[in-house]
Design a protein. Structure first.
Length: 332
């Protein structure tokens, strides 16, 4: 249980309750200093390895013996991202790289008072799994077989994460099913498609982040410069999902036509220039290729034929998207 403040640390005076800015706060009865109980920042990391989530079993209260995401308090003098990576390393032995901020949640703890949970998606870059001082165990769990989690904020963040991945997982499952039933020739084609999609999946967060940075400064998209990160991320994430579905033959041209015709109509009604909308689509394609090439994903993981096939299918996707956006924008 969080202890109440009784005496002033400055002068030793007794603490009383007094209103400031219409908020009841602790106040010293002698020196009249106010004390502000702001929420404590708590960081959590979601590390996903082939649909398995890294969890730790708590070795101390609260919720000793329960499982949770690698979670802990941020320290003074460190960035919130560094805090997430430090806690991940201390509790599991895993090294990582931040992909994105996934979720923010407020929580009231009887042990610590008001908390602010910030959950990041983290890509594993190294290390060996080993439980730290605060953990009894550290291990991966399949997303369909997760144990009950200690913290509501962890449960909420994982729900958000799993929902965001369902389209990709559906495509990969469909491809795997086709491979099991198909001839050797069709199996090879399906394996190539899976490799195409994996290029997108492995680098998706970096592609989205670089696109967002470009959108915020590029003169051709000045109408988006004041857009929130959440809005921009949602736009690009949706289109990246569509690309994966398209590559996996799970997103047909009729669905693509309906989405982009509606998008073009909405952008016109919002007063956004058509050139800005088309530039945003063009920049997504640009950053898909930039990131894949910069990380060596194409040369290392794909043969020449597969690279050409990815380029061909991406070109068809964006040509259709641009055509339907324009059509929707010009509709009376």
């Amino acid at each position: 249980m969080k202890k109440e403040r009784k005496f002033c640390p400055h002068c030793g005076g007794q603490i009383a309750k007094k209103k400031e800015d219409n908020v009841l706060r602790d106040c010293c009865s002698l020196c009249h200093s106010f004390f502000y109980d702001n929420p404590l920042p708590v960081v959590s990391a979601i590390v996903d390895e082939e649909r398995r989530i890294l969890l730790v079993k708590r070795d101390r209260p609260p919720f000793k013996g329960r499982w949770c995401l690698p979670t802990g308090f941020a320290e003074a003098g460190e960035s919130i991202e560094d805090a997430a990576l430090r806690e991940l390393s201390e509790e599991t032995g895993v090294k990582g790289r931040i992909n994105r901020l996934l979720d923010v949640d407020s929580y009231k703890s009887r042990f610590y008072g008001d908390l602010l949970f910030l959950t990041f998606v983290v890509e594993k870059t190294g290390g060996k799994i080993a439980a730290g001082d605060d953990s009894a165990q550290a291990r991966f769990f399949a997303v369909h077989d997760l144990p009950p989690l200690a913290f509501r904020s962890n449960r909420r963040a994982l729900d958000v994460y799993i929902r965001s991945q369902k389209d990709y997982w559906t495509v990969l499952d469909a491809i795997a099913e086709r491979e099991d039933k198909a001839s050797p020739t069709r199996q090879a084609a399906s394996a190539m498609t899976r490799r195409l999609i994996n290029v997108i999946l492995r680098n998706r967060e970096t592609m989205i982040r670089q696109w967002m940075e470009d959108m915020a400064t590029n003169p051709s998209t000045f109408e988006y410069h004041r857009s929130t990160d959440r809005l921009l991320y949602g736009i690009c994430d949706k289109i990246m999902s569509q690309i994966a579905l398209w590559l996996g033959n799970a997103y047909d041209s009729n669905r693509l036509r309906r989405f982009y015709t509606k998008l073009g109509r909405e952008r016109r009604q919002a007063g956004v220039r058509l050139s800005g909308v088309l530039s945003a689509l063009s920049l997504i394609r640009k950053h898909i290729w930039n990131v894949a090439l910069a990380r060596g994903a194409l040369q290392k993981n794909l043969d020449l034929y597969t690279t050409f096939e990815l380029q061909r299918r991406m070109t068809v996707f964006f040509d259709l998207a641009i055509f339907y956006v324009t059509h929707g924008y010009e509709e009376p």
